[in-house]
Design a protein around this ligand. Structure first.
Ligand code: PHB
Length: 402
């Protein structure tokens, strides 16, 4: 009796041990964990869901392409807006406690910069799906970016503007991407023969718009180039520009597409009409891959919902991750993953053909000249011209020549 009971217990223990070992090795091999950090609260905290929804939608629509038994688990965290300390702490926890295979997301540059050393130390590939300051990708060999750089939009914008306007002024949020937008635009505009009448950097949070806009109005430039982070801040700029009469003073508002971000157009209203921007993504673009993307988005999230450029960067970043999982049959090695990222090309992105520059791990993409117009009674960023094709980050190209 005693002996047989013991044997049963031992057999049971062995069986459950074996089952556990099997389950945990299967789980290890078959669940890819992505630690996804973005902003769900704080400054422009409405932007996070535009990223997360794109990731979830891509996974849902492409899950069946994954190797048999392989699953992707998305572990989301709120960095509360531009908050590098918080972002760093979240990345650390995701790496140490959750043992994520990849880090991804991030709206804001300071947060991406704070996470970079953790990606390096832990050898965890980090896919940047928004933050756009040029230097970020140089901060870790484990970073690849699927979004954009501000130089990529502002430099060609300056080239275009120098043919249209004699004098210019810049107004930018006083942090990394703002500095890049100011420098990229100014370089191209002055190289093209334009004259800068001034530049002003405004606090990232709650600037006194009236004071800054008045300064620009007094200088009477032909054009004002603005960069502010997309989201509600873009609408604040648009309204203040008009309310303070800069449009009536004959000043033409231009910028990278952050200032006419697709999801805010309905909140801006007709004051946005005619604003010209340079950017890589518009929800109104009529290429088939974008039409399919926007349609899938509306089907999943509602007819009145629109993806924006943060969604496009996140959608494509997820496509890149899925490709790395497929090529490695579900077992991710960080260095092999980076090799796959570096050679990644995607002909079917909603924004047109894109690739990763193997030398810099940064995005290569087209830049479109756009104008806000009414299409079917609704404001839209209408692409007028492909201004630059397969453009690499101009800042990095200039660094190479130095
Ligand atoms: C950034 O912090 O890099 C950033 C944030 C919002 C944007 C663009 C860039 O619209």
């Amino acid at each position: 009796m005693k002996i047989s009971k013991l044997a049963t217990v031992a057999a049971l223990a062995l069986a459950s041990f074996a089952a556990l070992a099997l389950a945990s090795s299967a789980a290890f091999a078959q669940t890819i964990k992505i630690g996804f950090i973005t902003s769900y609260s704080g400054l422009n905290g409405n932007l996070g869901p535009y990223m997360e929804r794109a990731v979830r939608l891509y996974i849902k629509m492409h899950e069946k392409e994954l190797p048999p038994g392989v699953k992707i688990e998305l572990i989301t965290r709120d960095d509360t807006g531009p908050n590098p300390d918080k972002a760093k702490q979240l990345a650390q926890e995701l790496v140490v406690r959750e043992k994520v295979n990849l880090l991804a997301g991030v709206v804001f540059t300071p947060n991406a910069m704070a996470i970079a050393p953790i990606a390096t130390e832990a050898k965890v590939p980090f896919v940047i799906m928004n933050a756009g300051t040029a230097v970020i990708t140089t901060r870790s060999p484990y970073i690849a970016r699927t979004s954009f750089t501000l130089w990529q939009s502002s430099y060609p914008l300056g080239q275009w503007a120098s043919k249209k306007f004699k004098t210019g002024y810049t107004l930018v949020s006083d942090f990394g991407p703002g500095h890049d937008a100011e420098e990229g635009f100014t370089k191209a505009f002055t190289e093209g023969g334009g004259k800068m009448l001034g530049n002003v950097r405004v606090p990232l949070q709650n600037p006194d718009w009236a004071a800054y806009m008045q300064r620009v109005k007094d200088a009477k430039p032909d054009t004002l180039m603005v960069f502010i982070p997309a989201g509600k801040t873009a609408t604040a700029v648009m309204k203040n520009f008009t309310e303070l009469g800069l449009d009536k003073a004959g000043i033409k508002l231009i910028g990278p597409g952050d200032i006419t971000t697709d999801e805010e157009l309905p909140n801006m209203g007709d004051v946005a009409l005619g604003v010209t921007t340079m950017f890589h993504y518009s929800a109104a673009a009529d290429r088939p891959a974008n039409k399919a993307f926007v349609e899938a988005w509306k089907k999943e999230y509602g007819a009145n919902e629109t993806p924006n450029f943060l969604s496009a960067g996140s959608w494509d970043g997820t496509a890149m991750i899925v490709e790395a999982i497929k090529q490695q049959k579900g077992k991710l090695d960080p260095d092999k993953t980076m090799e796959i990222f570096k050679n990644w090309k995607f002909a079917n992105s909603p924004r047109g053909p894109i690739s990763i520059d193997p030398e810099t791990r940064d995005i290569v993409q087209n830049e479109y000249l756009r104008e806000v117009r009414k299409v079917g009674g609704q404001l839209a960023n209408v692409e007028i011209e492909t201004f630059a094709t397969a453009l690499k980050d101009p800042w990095k190209e200039l660094q190479k020549k130095k």
